[in-house]
Design a protein around this ligand. Structure first.
Ligand code: CU
Length: 131
């Protein structure tokens, strides 16, 4: 009888341990082919680290730049050729893969796109919804 009474307590401990553990990063994989992203809309939870793997299958470089309208407006006019040091601005050289991890602290809608000349107009754009 005593063993049976312990069982609910153990279950509760397991549940508490699970709630306290840091959330594992969620994984999103985006491929680029013929100057198109494989996804034009990405839904992710807010407040959780999201690891994006971006694979460029094209023989030319591309970018994955994510931000609000003001950020994109700056990059439309910008002259920076390669983005390597910011998690939200990623250059993916031809035939290569890059990963970046971002956390969206609150629900928000952002756009991602490639700012290399002509690529946005060609359709290298998408939206991310953090909920
Ligand atoms: Cu591009």
């Amino acid at each position: 009888m005593k063993r049976l009474r312990l069982f609910p307590v153990l279950l509760l401990l397991v549940a508490v341990a699970g709630a306290c553990a840091p959330a594992a990063p969620r994984e999103v994989t985006i491929t680029i082919h013929y100057s198109r992203y494989s996804m034009n809309r990405i839904d992710v939870p807010a407040g959780v680290p999201i690891t994006f793997t971006i694979r460029n299958d094209d023989p030319i470089d591309h970018e994955w730049m994510i931000g609000d309208l003001a950020m994109h407006e700056r990059h439309r006019l910008g002259t920076e050729a390669v983005h390597a040091s910011r998690p939200d601005e990623v250059t993916i050289p031809a035939l290569s893969t890059r990963t970046t991890t971002l956390t969206f602290p609150v629900p928000m809608t952002l756009e991602y796109m490639c700012h290399l000349p002509g690529h946005e107009q060609y359709g290298m754009v998408g939206i991310l919804l953090a909920k």
